[in-house]
Design a binder for this molecule. Structure first.
Ligand SMILES: [Cu+2]
Length: 130
């Protein structure tokens, strides 16, 4: 690439930035060996995030956003399919699915899987909302 082309590409990129800033940010969450990666995320109050959930395991997993109390309730609850519920998803073995969620006020939330034994095994992470 010539210098002129590199400069032109940079200027074009800068010109496109304002248009891109209004679309939701995508955070990819991998589920592997019954753990999430990443295990901690930072978002802004009021931000809408598009989660790309990738289940790499040969078993069903969940991605459920909630408070500690809500997670405890899910741990003893019986829902099998969480798809279509706000901030919740169920993923079949090997499935990739997207979930959009708008965060409220500043604080912290937990995301977790409540398939039997997974939460206790450590399939959970934290979201800090600032
Ligand atoms: Cu799981």
């Amino acid at each position: 690439m010539t210098l002129a082309r590199a400069v032109a590409a940079l200027l074009l990129g800068a010109a496109l930035l304002p248009a891109c800033s209004s679309s939701p940010r995508t955070i990819t969450v991998d589920m592997r060996f019954s753990h999430y990666l990443p295990t901690a995320m930072d978002v802004r109050a009021g931000e809408t995030v598009r989660f790309k959930l990738v289940n790499e395991d040969p078993m069903t997993h969940e991605f459920i956003i909630g408070t500690a109390a809500q997670q405890e309730a899910h741990e003893v609850g019986g829902e099998i399919d969480h798809n279509g519920l706000p901030g919740q998803a169920s993923l079949a073995p090997g499935e990739t699915r997207t979930l959009s969620f708008t965060f409220g006020r500043a604080g912290s939330l937990i995301f977790a899987c409540h398939r039997p034994g997974h939460y206790a095994y450590g399939m959970r992470g934290t979201i800090t909302i600032a």
